[in-house]
Design a protein around this ligand. Structure first.
Ligand code: 3SL
Length: 260
């Protein structure tokens, strides 16, 4: 198992793909996707282009779809919801397909969509993702942060570090074999520095500030929680993510079952 972390889609290589790619947009796209699938959404279908989303979702029965559109943090006109994970309550999403387009998160997923395995991770499902990887043992793993319009985001890199920390500790693979690029050490260091103050970190982060400016305080709190959902969003066909039904035996952690 060898791990590479890329802070943004733009920094991600385009001439090859890994065995497993993991897109991360903690604020808020991958948190929303994980929540929707955990609460019974049939699938999540991602679009970078909002007009394309409208066109494709039109083919779906109205009672079986939810349109989620976000630009600049705000809801796109004509959509049923913006990009708040807290809107994805079971009574809204159960049995429905979430058609979603967001500023950065959907672009990160699209950048790696040709990889054999594509997952979506956030802090809320980091342990489920790590368990999956420890059991499946893909040879090469890329974690791709969504960033914000091409630049680095603290919250995506801290999540990448949180996943990397478990994998490095629990896989038994020596660091010199496991670590694919310097970003892995940097992300782990960021996570270890902030792991007990993730909500505080989000308040400092530029996108956290942007969301606070829009008044979505509860979203920030929700997105900063670690390991609260046991769900692995996995690409089933290009652009369509479902809840993985792979039976993942729970890995026993070295630290008496309490991951760092
Ligand atoms: O950039 C994105 O994809 C979004 O997650 C941004 S926001 O949190 O909805 O503002």
């Amino acid at each position: 198992m060898k791990l590479y972390i890329y802070h943004t889609p733009e920094l991600t290589p385009t001439d090859r793909v890994p065995d497993c790619a993991i897109a991360v947009d903690v604020l808020r796209a991958t948190t929303t996707m994980a929540t929707a699938l955990n609460n019974g959404a049939e699938a999540v279908q991602v679009f970078s282009d909002i007009d394309q989303l409208m066109k494709e979702s039109e083919k779906w029965p109205a009672a079986k779809r939810i349109r989620a559109g976000e630009r600049g943090g705000a809801k796109v006109e004509g959509c049923d919801m913006g990009n708040s994970p807290l809107d994805c309550q079971p009574n809204l999403v159960q049995g429905k397909r979430l058609f979603i387009s967001t500023t950065n998160g959907t672009r990160a997923l699209q950048r790696v969509q040709s990889s054999p395995i594509v997952l979506a991770a956030a802090l809320i499902n980091r342990l489920a993702i790590a368990q999956y990887l420890l059991v499946k043992q893909p040879k090469t793993i890329w974690i791709i942060g969504s960033g914000w319009e091409g630049s680095f985001s603290l919250e995506d890199t801290v999540c990448a570090g949180a996943i990397a920390d478990i994998l490095l500790t629990e896989s038994g693979v020596p660091p010199e074999e496991f670590v694919g690029n310097d970003e892995v050490y940097a992300a782990i260091a960021l996570y270890l520095q902030w792991k007990d103050q993730l909500y505080e970190l989000f308040n400092y982060a530029s996108h956290g500030q942007r969301l606070l400016g829009l008044g979505v305080y509860e979203d920030l709190k929700y997105c900063s929680q670690l390991d609260i959902l046991d769900v692995v969003p996995m690409q089933r066909e290009v652009g369509v993510l479902v809840k993985s039904d792979a039976k993942i035996p729970k890995v026993q952690f070295w630290m008496q079952g309490s991951p760092r």
